[in-house]
Design a protein around this ligand. Structure first.
Ligand code: SME
Length: 163
């Protein structure tokens, strides 16, 4: 059994994501359950990086509706329409969105007033269809960059391979 805690703060991001991926693979060894994987990733990311809100919105009506999945943080919105806010836009456009300052994103949905910046990454299943988005919110401006995009897009490929 891998260690339960992982502190990724202070590591170069590429190293942090490589460690994280190894950890996730060890915890999920032999488990092919996307909800268990979402819960595991949300926990390791959240406590590893010390972010404000970390979790998944699942596609419950393709092209129309996201519903909250496993997460860590204060109460999240329950449902988000495709095209609304950062999550809904990332889902509709099936691309990663980095928002350095949430006040500049038209239609940003504020679930926690402390949120200052965020990244949302699309999650694809084995058939390359969108199954969810991964949303990470930070209490600081400009937390996320291309290294986070690369690390997170790589991490969520677990769902294409193993779900
Ligand atoms: N930040 C998201 C809303 C979800 S919560 O912050 C958990 C958005 O604008 O899509």
């Amino acid at each position: 059994m891998a260690e339960v805690t992982l502190d990724l703060r202070g590591l170069p991001k590429a190293q942090a994501y490589a460690d994280l991926e190894t950890h996730v693979a060890a915890v999920l060894d032999g488990v092919h359950d996307p909800i268990a994987a979402m819960a595991t990733m949300a926990s390791l990311l959240h406590f590893g990086f010390g972010t404000l809100w970390t979790g998944f919105y699942r596609v419950v009506e393709p092209g129309r509706l996201l519903r909250v999945g496993p997460y860590q943080g204060t109460l999240g919105c329950l449902e988000i329409d495709f095209g609304r806010g950062v999550c809904g836009t990332a889902a509709a456009e099936e691309r990663t969105i980095i928002v350095p300052d949430v006040t500049t994103f038209p239609g940003h949905i504020t679930c926690d007033a402390r949120s200052r910046s965020e990244i949302v990454v699309p999650v694809f299943g084995p058939a390359r269809s969108l199954i969810a988005v991964l949303d990470i919110d930070s209490a600081e401006l400009g937390t996320f960059d291309d290294a986070d995009r690369d690390g997170l897009e790589r991490l969520v490929r677990w769902f294409e391979r193993s779900a």
